[in-house]
Design a protein around this ligand. Structure first.
Ligand code: NAD
Ligand code: TDX
Length: 353
């Protein structure tokens, strides 16, 4: 069994679904179900005995000790985090708590459990920490892409807390020998992403006839990776990565935000034409994000060279699939964005949280 944290969120849920399509090994899914966690994403696994869901906070050491002891996982894949940069600017406390303290508590619980294993199981154990390219800071237009040796320079409360968690993971390998792996990935997109992030927000607003808020001049650059490709990279690193190493994950898809938004409008114009005009007319340039990083770009050659990983999607194929998915699954978007799902969580999980 593997223990996945944050498996009800965007990437975590895609990973759980992807894992169980490729393997019969069970998943213990530990998630606090914050606003970003949605169990309905995993409804297809309701009757699947390979998926065990437990609502718990990674800051709760007792709960984690009990879960490690009861389920004896051979690996941890750690997604749980507060993940939205804009929220971190308005309220950084939750980010410090979950991303730094939570990762520390999880590392400690993993280390306690790991120390009880026999030599063979200790050697085979893995703690894979899922992190971000944002820890490296901001690039100028002509700078080379981030590599695994780029110095850390986080600029937002979100990226600072992810950098802190990366350093703790590094220290647990260096000091205690815990077999850790860290992946630093670029911007993900695809099905089941909460509609606060650029791509799903733009699709939802376009369809609702609302403005499409582009920050600043729209020329900030992000390097996009389809979520399914991130999942395959994590599977490869977990299977064959070298403990103590970090791996950059990216799809070689640098795009200016305005280009992404215009492409979404064009895809929607084709798939769901408006009575008159184009969705592009809804684009509205708005006040910039404070401290907005100008450019992220990932050099993923280490992962390609050492583990033979390649992304399956181009940005064009991935974005077309994504727009199609949101058009076909508007119920999912309406539900996660409404208070109904929160009520369901509180009714069903109140006593277990
Ligand atoms: P998300 O916000 O969609 O999901 C986060 C999940 O973690 C939710 O299910 C939430 O309920 C859970 N969670 C939050 N706090 C918790 C806690 N204290 N205890 C247990 N569970 C908790 O995030 P995402 O976009 O799926 O990102 C997953 C991971 O990947 C994060 O670590 C993020 O930093 C990293 N990452 C994300 C991207 C991206 O583009 N989304 C890119 C690179 C790395
Ligand atoms: O309304 C918007 N308008 C806009 O112009 C939003 C929500 C975003 N933007 C811009 C800001 C960024 O330059 O689009 C770009 C992407 O924004 P987000 O979707 O908020 O992502 P970003 O800030 O780049 O961070 C994401 O990628 C790295 C994830 O949220 C992180 O969890 C991940 O680590």
């Amino acid at each position: 069994m593997i223990l996945v944290t944050g498996g009800a969120g965007f990437i975590g849920a895609n990973f759980v679904l992807d894992w169980l399509r490729h393997s019969d090994e069970a998943v213990l899914n530990v998630d606090k179900l914050t606003y970003a966690g949605n169990l309905h994403t995993l409804a297809s696994l309701d009757a699947d005995p390979r998926h065990v869901f437990v609502r718990a906070d990674i800051c709760d050491a007792q709960a984690l000790d009990a879960l490690f002891a009861a389920h004896r996982p051979r690996a941890v894949v750690h997604f749980a985090a507060e993940s939205h940069v804009d929220r971190s600017i308005h309220g950084p406390a939750d980010f410090v708590q979950t991303n730094v303290v939570g990762t520390f508590v999880l590392l400690e619980a993993a280390r306690r459990y790991w120390s009880t294993l026999d030599d063979a199981a200790r050697g085979a154990f893995r703690f894979l920490h899922v992190s971000t390219d944002e820890v490296f800071g901001s690039l100028a237009a002509t700078d080379p892409q981030f590599s695994e040796t780029t110095p850390y320079a986080p600029n937002s409360p979100y990226s600072a807390t992810k950098a802190g968690s990366d350093h703790l993971v590094r220290a647990y390998h260096h000091t205690y020998g815990l077999p850790t792996l860290t992946t630093n990935c670029s911007n993900n997109y695809g099905p089941y992403q909460f509609p606060e992030k650029l791509i799903p927000l733009m699709i939802a607003n376009a369809l609702a006839g609302k403005p499409l808020p582009v920050y600043g001049d729209g020329r900030n650059v992000r390097d996009w990776l389809y979520v399914g490709d991130h999942c395959s990279a994590i599977r490869e690193v977990l299977a064959r990565g070298e403990p103590g190493q970090t791996y950059n994950v990216g799809g070689w898809n640098e795009k200016a935000n305005i280009e992404v938004v215009e492409t979404i409008c064009d895809l929607l114009d084709d798939a769901r034409p408006k009575a008159t005009g184009s969705y592009r007319e809804q684009i509205a340039f708005v006040t910039d994000r404070p401290g907005h990083d100008r450019r992220y770009a990932i050099d993923a050659r280490k992962l390609e060279r050492e583990l033979g990983w390649r992304p399956a999607e181009t940005f064009e194929t991935g974005l077309a699939k994504t727009v199609r998915w949101y058009l076909d699954n508007q119920d999912w978007v309406d539900e996660v964005a409404s208070g109904e799902y929160r009520k369901w969580v509180e009714t069903n999980y109140a006593k277990r949280a």
